[in-house]
Ligand binder design. Structure first.
Ligand code: NCD
Length: 426
């Protein structure tokens, strides 16, 4: 049985309704809906009356009948890459399959928050191959697999791998497939993870292929935007997203802009120094989907009125001799600037790592206590989203809810020492 929070979130997503519109449809007060959506263990959470639950189920059933004929294959097949259970690009998603994945991520939340445990991947082994620097992506994929009951074997860097001896991607991938049940791969060359995937029938997830894509990051970014917006009563459709920094080599923004373009009527302001602008093929794709794009080099112009500010790090390691001009310290996103140009409900995101030095052109640390700063809620969401990806690609997503047991240990109510400042944001 799904929890009432998951049922309600799923219903709002499927009906594309804000909390206000949804409570109106149900004929209840918005405040009541808010309390039913709070985590079950929060003091203010209330059980939704049985009648309301029945009404929601009825609305969803009617909605399902109206969309009969929609793709009802297992989600892993719907998002497959050329018929295989890989995640190589966000192009594998449409809006329905993406939202179905979010529903699985919602089911994972109590496990990600250490209240519940499951062993649906007991006995399975993940091979984690990182040929480029990584902390959060590598550890969060590993932790997600472990929290599903699996175990992880990993290797990092070229130096300690056989690739340093001239081994091909094909051989490495085929060899690893004999040892493990799924692979997560990060590699500096665009297209290289797809090459790993062609050499194996076990699931392969692209954890970043050079300046190409970073699909799991974009999925967790959009999941974060949806959850933050749900709390604020906003929809992704029609929103204004500002992307700042290295839009040429930043693979996270490449994947995210493609995913966002599945929604309707967005406005993008792309703020980058002249040599680091978003590639033309992505601008074309977004424009073809009917969205508005404005490019600027001015933070003042680009940030004004944005609902989401997505900052990125300059990817110096990928520079092919470019000199960046015009990337002055004025590019730093400081609290004073956010206060002057953004709204009380703007959210500030970053794939991390950010450059936290005082004069860095990045998201300033003077925003650390500002509730609009969503970066740690964003990293926390990496766990349920990556658990959902593994569960879907390995076909166990329907076993999770019924397999959950209470965790046998206690974890702190707030994971970070400053998280209490954000209490009630859920
Ligand atoms: C990013 C990456 O590796 O693409 N980090 C991440 O995975 N969260 C961004 C970066 O390195 O700047």
């Amino acid at each position: 049985m799904s929890q009432q929070q998951d049922i309600l979130r799923d219903a709002m997503r499927r009906l594309n309704l804000t909390r206000d519109a949804f409570s109106e449809r149900l004929g209840i007060r918005r405040r009541a809906l808010d309390t039913w959506l709070l985590p079950a263990d929060s003091g203010e959470s209330r059980a939704m009356p049985e009648m309301v639950g029945k009404f929601v189920a009825e609305i969803l059933q009617r909605e399902a009948q109206a969309t009969a004929g929609a793709d009802d294959r297992p989600l892993g097949q719907r998002i497959a890459a050329e018929g295989r259970p890989h995640l190589l690009s966000v192009a594998q998603f449409d809006r329905d399959s993406l939202e179905a994945l979010f529903q699985v991520a919602d089911v994972m939340q109590p496990i990600a928050r250490r209240q519940k445990v499951t062993r649906v991947l007991e006995g399975a082994v993940l091979g984690s191959l990182f040929f480029e620097a990584s902390t959060r992506t590598r550890v969060s994929f590993g932790a997600a697999f472990c929290r599903l009951g699996g175990t992880v074997c990993d290797t990092t860097g070229f130096t300690f791998s056989s690739m340093a001896k001239g081994e091909s991607i094909y051989d490495t991938s085929r060899v690893m497939s004999g040892y493990v049940d799924a692979l997560v791969v990060r590699h500096p060359e665009q297209g290289s993870v797809a090459e790993f995937a062609r050499a194996t029938n076990i699931p392969v997830i692209n954890a970043g292929d050079g300046p190409g894509e970073h699909p799991s990051q974009a999925v967790l970014d959009l999941y974060t935007i949806q959850r933050e917006f749900s709390r604020m009563g906003k929809l992704v459709d029609g929103t204004h997203v500002a992307m700042v920094g290295d839009l040429k080599y930043g693979r996270t923004v490449h994947s995210l802009i493609r995913l966002l373009s599945l929604y309707r009527g967005l406005k993008f302001t792309l703020i980058a120094p002249p040599s680091l602008e978003m590639p033309a093929y992505l601008l074309d794709l977004v424009a073809r989907n009917g969205h508005v794009i404005e490019q600027t080099q001015s933070l003042e112009e680009g940030l004004r009125g944005a609902d989401v500010v997505y900052a990125t790090r300059i990817q110096k390691e990928r520079f092919a001799g470019e000199e960046i001009e015009g990337y002055t310290p004025e590019f730093q996103i400081r609290k004073a600037l956010v206060d002057a140009l953004c709204k009380p409900d703007t959210i500030l995101m970053h794939p991390l790592p950010r450059d936290g030095r005082p004069d860095a052109n990045d998201l300033s640390i003077d925003l650390n206590h500002d509730p609009r700063l969503a970066i740690f809620r964003q990293t926390d969401n990496g766990i349920p989203v990556r658990m959902a990806l593994f569960a879907v690609l390995m076909g166990v997503e329907h076993q999770v809810a019924r397999s959950m047991r209470d965790a046998g240990w206690r974890s702190p109510a707030h994971i970070g020492p400053d998280d209490a400042d954000f209490d009630g944001l859920d």
